[in-house]
Ligand binder design. Structure first.
Ligand SMILES: Cc1cc2nc3c(=O)[nH]c(=O)nc-3n(C[C@H](O)[C@H](O)[C@H](O)COP(=O)(O)OP(=O)(O)OC[C@H]3O[C@@H](n4cnc5c(N)ncnc54)[C@H](O)[C@@H]3O)c2cc1C
Length: 469
């Protein structure tokens, strides 16, 4: 094995001062030289731990070796074999906790920058469309309905189409992509990258029906009786959770879903060119500590707020957001108020938000999640001024599918119950995967679940296994 090179290269980024004022991509991507250098560090280990660290099983050393030989078409082919969305994953996957975490060089804190290399190859392929078509199996004669076009739906649709099944993907919104379009901001994930990958999935023969809310138009039972042989539910977790404290319905209090949808999908950041209103506060408080909270805070700053604070009830150590995004937010000037919890929103006579009553918290014993439980500190109440508050506490699935699909098992959290290994639900012919099963998680975990479900659906459709588990 070659000697370990620990000199991992950073990716160029816009300066914090410049990027805090625009919605253009923060990370600029590796140059060809940086790519060649980074690829040269791969040890091509005999035991390829990185592949096991990738939920969709990309042959990571193979694409890096192709890069090393400057064979970009081969690198792109290796990626696409397992991943229909490499441009997305190269940008937003938490590689640091997956493939890069198990890279042998991670032990010396310098894992190969797998995500950045993936992004480089995906972007290269986008600029150099290949004449080589993805191999599609002969038609199976089976019809599959995929409900939802987020990472789970797109992955399941792509896999099933490659396996020769006729796929129709139903999407409630007017555009495909799920959270990739309506949640994650342009400055982390440009929307033309997402749409390019949606087009790739469509190029495999997948039909896309937009503005099609399953459960409002046809429900899952009707799809099955109309001739679909299998249905995959990839409907995500789009229903926001709230604090449930007084004043949460004041004008100026948003759920992160609404705020980010207005800004990203409805393009409020390009007002008045796009006429979606969104309140731009002077002092903005974002409640929560995940990627969603970071995204909302950074959007508010870019929209022109004077001061944006993240209010989080635990300490910095427990922040669930990606470390890279926390650092980006800090550099841009986002303030952090740790160990703080709002107990009431305060408004004026016109029902406009003026501030929040908060209490300080301290950390107790670890809870079921292994994180220290936040406990209110006695006599610590104080008031914090803000004219916009964004609540980013997490989401659960919209109950529509559960309410309109006869006999489908749903947990008490509202998530669809499905086998982790196969995606099978209790209902014959119906599979599920992604956030609708796990609650809000990650792009790559949704894609991994969709791949496992697609493999099982394929076996079922070909009669290899007839009885749903
Ligand atoms: C702001 C934000 C930032 C995030 N940042 C990251 C990140 O950096 N890295 C990361 O890995 N993950 C991130 N995530 C999480 C990640 O985006 C999700 O885990 C992932 O999108 C889940 O994919 P999915 O396909 O299960 O669901 P979704 O992406 O939610 O897609 C579900 C789709 O189904 C559609 N749908 C719902 N109901 C119906 C119906 N009845 N009929 C038809 N269509 C329907 C929805 O409109 C939606 O398009 C972030 C999430 C948010 C909200």
């Amino acid at each position: 094995m070659a000697k370990a090179n620990l000199d991992r290269k950073d990716m160029p980024r816009q300066s914090p001062e410049a990027r805090a004022k625009n919605f253009e991509e923060v990370a600029l991507g590796y140059t060809p030289d940086l790519t060649a250098f980074e690829a040269s560090r791969c040890l091509n280990c005999p035991k390829k731990y990185c592949i096991g660290g990738c939920p969709v099983g990309i042959d990571i050393p193979a694409f890096i070796m192709a890069l090393r030989e400057n064979d970009l078409p081969r690198a792109a082919r290796v990626l696409k074999e397992k991943n229909a969305l490499p441009g997305v994953c190269g940008r937003v996957c938490p590689q640091e906790t997956q493939c890069e975490a198990v890279c042998l060089l991670a032990k010396q804190k310098a894992p190969i920058a797998i995500g950045r290399l993936e992004r480089y190859v995906a972007d290269w392929e986008r600029d150099h469309p290949s004449s080589e078509k993805t191999v599609i199996a002969p038609p199976s004669g089976k019809k599959v309905a995929v409900v939802g076009s987020g990472p789970a739906g797109l992955t399941c649709a792509a896999e099933m189409a490659r396996l020769g099944h006729k796929v129709t993907m139903f999407e409630a919104l007017h555009v495909a992509g799920g959270v990739l379009m309506y949640g994650i901001p342009e400055f982390r994930l440009p929307k033309d990258i997402v749409q390019g990958e949606v087009e790739y999935v469509r190029s495999l023969g997948v039909e896309l029906e937009l503005n099609a809310v399953v459960g409002k138009i046809d429900n899952v039972d009707e799809l099955l009786s109309q001739g679909y042989d299998a249905v995959f539910l990839g409907t995500g977790a789009g229903l926001p959770l709230f604090l449930r404290v007084p004043g949460e319905n004041l004008s100026g209090v948003y759920s992160a879903n609404e705020f980010l949808t207005r800004v990203n999908l409805m393009k409020a950041y390009r007002f008045p060119e796009f006429d979606t209103p969104v309140k731009i506060g002077k002092k903005v408080a974002v409640i929560g500590g995940g990627n969603v909270a970071m995204d909302a805070a950074r959007c508010a700053l870019r929209l022109g707020a004077d001061e944006v604070s993240i209010v989080y009830r635990r300490s910095e150590v427990e922040l669930p957001a990606r470390r890279e995004e926390v650092e980006n937010a800090k550099e841009e000037g986002i303030k952090f108020r740790f160990l703080t919890n709002p107990t009431k929103f305060l408004g004026d006579a016109k029902h406009q938000l003026l501030g929040m009553e908060c209490i300080e918290m301290e950390l107790g014993e670890p809870d079921a999640s292994g994180r220290h439980r936040p406990i209110p500190k006695p006599d610590s109440a104080f008031t914090m001024d803000c004219d916009v508050a964004v609540v980013a506490l997490g989401t659960t699935p919209n109950p529509l599918i559960a309410q309109t699909t006869s006999g489908l098992h749903v947990s008490h959290h509202g998530t669809v119950v499905a086998s982790e290994a196969t995606g099978r639900t209790n209902k014959a012919g119906v599979w599920a995967g992604g956030d609708v099963v796990t609650g809000s998680a990650t792009v790559i975990s949704a894609m991994g679940a969709a791949k496992r479900a697609a493999a099982d659906m394929d076996r079922y459709l070909r009669g290899v296994e007839q009885t749903p588990a």
